[in-house]
Design a protein around this ligand. Structure first.
Ligand code: NAD
Length: 439
């Protein structure tokens, strides 16, 4: 067994005995489930969020993230294992700190690391010998080494010797009933062997599988490969859907049959476009960084173009559907079914339904929507409230557009009502008829 640098030994010992105090910065879709998992593993956990209302809700044991059950959160809070604060000064008391803040894009599609920088400033202000710092936010290869490390080392301590620094991408899939923070293998890459070992020890005590890799860059790249793989494959299947439409072939039937091949094929599905905080954004972190080295990522750009054209295709299908009944989009009442970016979540970030709504409104449609996960949204600068789907059907809209196929929706009532439907998710499956238009 290798000799540990002296600063790592007490940290590893506290991790081993579950006496380490773990801080999680950013209590959103990623940070809150992770904080709960650390607390369930027996660590003493403090969540930090600039949004004090989130800290208040955690302390009141009220979950605002669908994947975290109130009962699980309450068990951790009542056991005194989890608390939250907006006061970053308490970071100095932590043995390990996980950073889970947003990494959006700027309008120019360049990475916006301002949240990471702000969080790291908070960590640097109280950095202590022996602390383990882990970045979880998705970002371009080199961020941990080139951005985070110098900010922390400016305090006079050396990474991998005096404190420990690693990158571990969060791979959680909100709404997934099978895979969660606990059972998704955790990739860990440190700035050196001591950092990898410390981070692997922390996650090894918390989740079921840990996969150490040789560097922070590899760990950062793993996440971007995974998300680029999805973005490109969704782009491919969206293009196949556009192609099938021109050839009058049912793309959904094609995919269902193709996926019976037991090897060499993995089904991806077309839809109204990409949404969420990962797939529409992360590949651009990679192409931005690659461009710094003179490399153009052609697949990423092409997939981005196809995926972002999908809301336009949906609106064209709505126009075709209405046209078949001698109606125009202009003046029609169009009801959107599901506006969250994907099934059974309440996340609206980058949701393609918003683009579909904007394009329909520009062509003169009068819009309403149903989404039990999204009670209100801002449309055309004004608040718009979700209405119950039965109520919407009873109001006889000119057309309904299924943008997000939440499991709670009753499509029988919709189809039986004879409403004209444009189905972008194949939610209606085998149901056929002159009033049903698929993507
Ligand atoms: N949502 C997902 O499905 C998912 C999956 C895998 C990875 N990720 C990545 O994880 C990271 C976090 O994503 P998320 O979806 O949890 O975001 P989120 O917006 O749900 O949560 C981020 C939280 O960080 C807080 N915050 C921002 N700046 C802060 C600061 N300086 N100090 C303390 N708190 C701060 C915000 O108030 C917010 O509560 C992103 O990099 C994202 O790409 C997200």
């Amino acid at each position: 067994m290798a000799t540990q640098p002296s600063a790592a030994t007490p940290t590893l010992e506290r991790i081993r005995t579950r006496t380490a105090r773990v801080g999680v910065i950013g209590l959103g879709y990623v940070g809150l489930p992770l904080a709960v998992e650390f607390a369930r593993a027996g660590f003493d956990v403090t969540g930090f969020d600039v949004d004090s209302s989130k800290a208040d809700q955690v302390n009141a044991a009220r979950s605002y993230i669908p994947d975290v059950a109130d009962a699980d959160l309450a068990a951790c809070v009542r056991a005194g294992k989890l608390r939250a604060t907006a006061d970053m000064a308490a970071l100095g008391a932590m043995d390990a700190i996980d950073i889970c803040v947003p990494t959006p894009l700027r309008k120019t599609k360049d990475p916006d690391l301002s949240y990471v920088v702000k969080a790291v400033e908070g960590v640097a202000a109280t950095l202590k010998r022996g602390q383990l710092i882990i970045l979880e936010s998705t970002t371009y290869p080199g961020t941990t080494d080139e951005v985070v490390r110098p900010m922390l080392e400016a305090k006079g301590l050396e990474a991998d010797v005096d404190f420990f620094l690693a990158f571990s991408p969060e791979r959680v899939d909100p709404g997934n009933q099978q895979f969660n923070t606990k059972n998704i293998p955790k990739i860990v890459g440190g700035v050196g062997p001591a950092s990898t070992e410390a981070a692997a020890a922390l996650y090894g005590a918390t989740v079921l599988h840990v996969v150490p890799v040789s560097s922070t860059r590899v760990a950062e790249m793993v996440k971007l490969l995974e998300n680029t793989f999805r973005a490109v494959n969704i782009g491919l299947v969206n293009e196949i859907a556009l192609m099938c439409h021109t050839m009058d072939i049912d793309v959904w039937e094609v995919i269902d049959a193709a996926k019976t091949k037991p090897f060499g094929f993995m089904p991806f599905y077309p839809g109204p476009g990409l949404g969420g905080h990962c797939i529409p954004i992360d590949p651009y972190y990679l192409s931005w960084k690659a461009r710094q080295t003179g490399f153009e990522c052609r697949f990423i750009e092409l997939a981005g173009q196809i995926n972002s054209s999908m809301p336009h295709f949906v609106v064209d299908r709505v126009a075709e559907a209405l046209n078949a009944f001698r109606k125009s989009i202009n003046g029609s009442r169009v009801h959107i079914i599901g506006v969250a970016y994907k099934r059974d979540v309440n996340d609206m970030r980058e949701s393609p339904a918003l683009d579909v709504m904007e394009l329909l409104a520009k062509r003169g449609a009068r819009l309403s929507y149903s989404d039990p996960y999204v009670p209100t949204l801002s449309h055309d600068g004004r608040p718009l409230a979700s209405i119950d789907l039965d109520e919407a059907i009873a109001a006889k809209p000119d057309c309904a557009v299924i943008c997000t196929d939440h499991a709670v929706f009753d499509y029988d009532a919709l189809v039986n009502s004879g409403t004209l439907v444009v189905d972008t998710r194949n939610a209606l499956k085998q149901r056929q008829g002159p009033t049903i238009f698929r993507l």
